[in-house]
Design a protein around this ligand. Sequence first.
Ligand SMILES: Cc1cc2nc3c(=O)[nH]c(=O)nc-3n(C[C@H](O)[C@H](O)[C@H](O)COP(=O)(O)O)c2cc1C
Length: 424
Amino acid sequence: MSGWTVKETAPAKGAASGRGASARADADARADDGTAKDLAIAPVIAPVDLGPIHIPTPVVLSPMAGVTNWPFRVLCEEYGPSGLYVAEMITARALIARNPKAFRLCRFAPSEKIRSLQLYGVNPAIVAQAAQMVVDGGMADHIDLNFGCPVPKVTRRGGGSALPWKMDIFRELISRVVAVCAKANIPVTAKIRVGIDHDHETYLEAGHIAQEEGCAAVTLHARTTAEYYGGHSDWYRIAELAQSLDVPVFGNGDIWGADDALAMVRQTGCAGVAVGRGCQGRPWLFADIKHAFEGSTERTNPNLGEVGRVIMRHARLLVDFFDGEERMAVHDLRKHIAWYLKGFPVGGTTRKAFMECESLADVEREIGRLNPELSLPERVIDTPRGRIRYAKKVHLPYGWLNSRGTTRAEREALFGDDPMDAGY
Ligand SMILES: Cc1cc2nc3c(=O)[nH]c(=O)nc-3n(C[C@H](O)[C@H](O)[C@H](O)COP(=O)(O)O)c2cc1C
């Protein structure tokens, strides 16, 4: 654990100009032999504690609906055994209704060291009730609250990234969940965006409210709802929030490789990073980030033979996840296979054959047809992946932006509409 002690001081404002150029500059700073020229000034990243939870490497697998179920988390944690791996969002109402799908998403593998769940809801009473279920059932060690979801079916009901705009509900929701969890010493964190759009930014107040109401950390995805997954995460906002709060801030958005993680910490002074799309089809990114945070230049660049072995392991874990339903597992695996193969020079026919697999045997057969010696071309390593687009329009409840609070009538209308299934 040497080299983990001192956190670099936050940079002067203006130092963080967003990803891309800066991260590339870091990569460019590498010498021809692959070693970093500036290792001497590489940030030394301190572990982060969330209440009783110790995170030696402050890297978080950002919750992703349909992606971060336990099979994928297990793979990520095997590569980076000292981070925090969050399950995908679970709708509070569905949990209370004991919806079997919601319960499946709450399962953990025995190997998972920290059981981390994310809850979503609009009505503070319902989310607190779901948190109480988690506490009573000993279902998790950490609860994250989703205030970042941009999908229309969520924001049009005032949920996800729309909610911090209504400061009264936002505050009450956090305060009630924290009160429930405090009794069991379960830390609560909040995941927020910059705001609804640049005319309606909320992240600074939201961060402060989360801190005041007892959140152990805040994660900022530095895009607005309107930006959805397009453009760039504005790391300057992460720097601002990190400087403005006492609780740890995890920076999120556009970490495609370990150099990006290092650059984000260096530029923003955030306590740690949360990785979303960058690890899709690349669970080994957590090993790379661990190495980078320890000051090592070691990086994982598996050839197709090794990737094939990871795919098969992922497939078998998914069969367990789906209680032996092989077909469901293989259908779920298809999107992961597309991500695993991204950037490798394999043709359309091969990709199509994988998309038509129905069984483990089919997947194994197609993997057997790949050239195991192929490696990822240098130019595509650590480049963007996953969905990248702007929202067509932000959908909000009628009159939502007219004020920062809610009337009793508005709350009643909203809470009656809290959805049961709010997947991304
Ligand atoms: C497919 C998908 C599903 C997501 N599901 C969730 C979710 O359930 N909860 C959440 O807070 N964020 C969710 N997100 C947002 C990510 O956690 C993350 O904030 C976002 O992708 C930005 O990080 P990135 O640029 O590293 O991808 C999702 C993103 C994607 C692409």
